[in-house]
Design a protein around this ligand. Structure first.
Ligand code: HEC
Ligand code: HEC
Ligand code: HEC
Ligand code: HEC
Length: 444
């Protein structure tokens, strides 16, 4: 046991050392106080452009030699821990369901217009539980042979280990080339390495690791609390480096204005809308970015407070963490233990607060989506009819790209307003204002 602890300590120290090296170029960021990254003096051209107000473009990702050294042991998967941690493991294995997903393209037909030309045209579903993740990505019609191995980054720790052994080699491989080697789905190793237990990064007591094992997340967010980091390493907005296909996070670190400016400066294009000719970027699932700066994050809560039940006693004055991921709207226990201390008025009132918050955000998002699609149809028609000058088309495309970005920043996030109510409305207002301008210019 003692040996084990020493190994943990060494691994941790190694990790911290690697992080310090990594962070020389990218300064640390706290949860709620983004600072500017420190870096070498920018060149004259960079200073001139300075597109994101950061004195040039900082490198957003870890360099290959900075990839955090991780445990090279074989990944011990869930069943290995059944005997040591039956409560956590049994509850963990319930993260699977066979209920059909919601088909967003059918539910919200305007998405077919907004995301025309993107892979999301082929399939766009609501998320399934963690145990489904690897099977799901292997069978989605969204992926083709051209897609990189990096798509596995947030579905399995097998990718993380492969990357730590050979970063550049791994990034440059194709999705189907590595698919057979990706056998574990999201498992204990993703949040605990091979040392499940109370987390050093979290609130825990007796060793173990709870946090992010993914190097791309560690660059910007290393001060995030361990239990939030264990979710946020995957539930975030990222992009693929256009040369290497490395999973990368923009140096926002959480502000969609800065991330968008950064993508523009990189010239990032995920797809071209075939009807309007606009070069678009697709937002992924910025749960972490929404949560950062939200009222609940400021109140000191983590993702885990709302998504994992922690009310079973460990018999020693503490509690055990139920590993079936759920949500406050599904779990009375979470509402009683995690919400009621601040939100009075009883359980009905808490449920009502959640559904009112979601309804007000959702109705505005859907109205915005309809309006955006109508604009794209009108813009495409005006181009077909040769009614617009080249310069006007360029300006309109820029506005369309921006409006889609802010719409998508809210639409593709899975909390429907719950993770950051104030932010959601502010970002939608941003999209509406850009759309006002675009509609105005198109009608002139
Ligand atoms: C290794 C990456 C990864 C980690 C770590 C991770 N998730 Fe997920 N999560 C996913 C993926 C991928 C999906 C969607 C799976 C699909 O649809 O195929 C998902 C789906 C979900 C869902 C929707 C389905 C459900 O079970 O209700 C919730 C909620 C969720 N995750 C919350 C969390 C929380 C909370 C944490 C941290 C305790 C976390 N996730 C950690 C990748 C991850
Ligand atoms: C204050 C409580 C709270 C916090 C903190 C919180 N969530 Fe949520 N989350 C919710 C609620 C409520 C929902 C909506 C669930 C529903 O509609 O059933 C939700 C929904 C989700 C979903 C979509 C679930 C689905 O089935 O579609 C994901 C994924 C998710 N949260 C991940 C996260 C992650 C990751 C974090 C931390 C970065 C986080 N949440 C922090 C309350 C919270
Ligand atoms: C998505 C992330 C995630 C995965 C996957 C995960 N855990 Fe955890 N685990 C956590 C978090 C978060 C905590 C609470 C940490 C804290 O309190 O600091 C935790 C706590 C624990 C604890 C400490 C005691 C307790 O119940 O709070 C044990 C033991 C544990 N997990 C075992 C496992 C085992 C075994 C697996 C796989 C079967 C697993 N975990 C998978 C995130 C995860
Ligand atoms: C530490 C205190 C605290 C806890 C715990 C807490 N909240 Fe809140 N919550 C707040 C505050 C403060 C606000 C801001 C509005 C207000 O003053 O009521 C808020 C607002 C909300 C809102 C309205 C939208 C918004 O962001 O303003 C929702 C929905 C919500 N909380 C859900 C939850 C749920 C679900 C839980 C339990 C999982 C929870 N809260 C736990 C403090 C808390």
């Amino acid at each position: 046991m003692q040996q084990r602890i020493i190994v943990i300590l060494l691994t941790t120290m190694g990790g911290i050392l690697a992080l310090i090296i990594g962070v020389v170029a990218f300064s640390a960021l706290t949860d709620d106080q983004p600072q500017q990254p420190q870096q070498a003096a920018p060149s004259a051209t960079e200073q001139q452009e300075d597109p994101v107000g950061m004195g040039g473009l900082p490198s957003p990702s870890m360099q290959p030699d900075q990839i955090r050294p991780i445990d090279y042991d074989p990944i011990l998967n869930a069943t290995y821990w059944l005997e040591d941690f039956p409560y956590q493991t049994e509850s963990f294995l319930k993260n699977r369901n066979t209920e059909p997903k919601k088909d967003y393209l059918e539910l919200y037909p305007f998405l077919n217009t907004i995301f025309a030309g993107s892979r999301f045209e082929n399939a766009y579903y609501s998320p399934l539980p963690h145990e489904n993740a690897v099977d799901n990505v292997k069978t989605t019609p969204r992926l083709t042979d051209e897609h990189p191995a990096s798509c596995f980054s947030c579905k399995t720790p097998d990718y993380v280990v492969m990357e730590a052994r050979d970063p550049v080699g791994t990034w440059s491989r194709g999705f189907h080339e590595v698919a057979d080697q990706m056998t574990n789905t999201i498992t204990c190793y993703d949040c605990h390495r091979n040392e499940p237990g109370r987390g050093i990064g979290g609130e825990g007591l007796d060793g173990g690791f709870t946090g992010s094992i993914r190097s791309h997340f560690s660059v910007w967010y290393e001060d995030t609390r361990g239990s939030t980091a264990s979710c946020a390493q995957c539930h975030n907005e990222y992009y693929f480096d256009q040369q290497t296909w490395q999973v990368s996070l923009a140096p926002g670190p959480t502000d969609p204005e800065i991330i968008f400016a950064y993508y523009n400066a990189l010239g990032l294009v995920d797809h071209v809308n075939p009807n309007t000719g606009t070069e678009q970027v697709k937002v992924q699932h910025p749960e972490y970015q929404h949560f950062a700066g939200s009222i609940h994050q400021q109140e000191g809560m983590t993702c885990v407070d709302c998504h994992m039940v922690r009310s079973t006693s460990d018999g020693q004055g503490g509690f055990l963490t139920n590993h079936t991921i759920t949500s406050p709207s599904q779990s009375r226990e979470i509402r009683d233990t995690a919400c009621a201390p601040c939100h009075g008025g009883g359980d009905e009132a808490i449920l009502q607060l959640i559904s009112d918050t979601q309804a007000s955000s959702r109705s505005r998002t859907l109205a915005l989506g309809e309006r955006l699609a109508d604009f794209q149809i009108a813009f495409a028609a005006a181009q077909d009819a040769d009614q617009l000058s080249e310069s006007r088309i360029e300006v309109l495309r820029g506005l369309e790209r921006e409006a889609v970005w802010f719409f998508d920043w809210v639409f593709s996030e899975n909390g429907n307003g719950v993770h950051n109510y104030e932010g959601n409305h502010r970002w939608m207002q941003r999209a509406e204002e850009v759309l006002d301008q675009a509609e105005q210019l198109l009608s002139e």
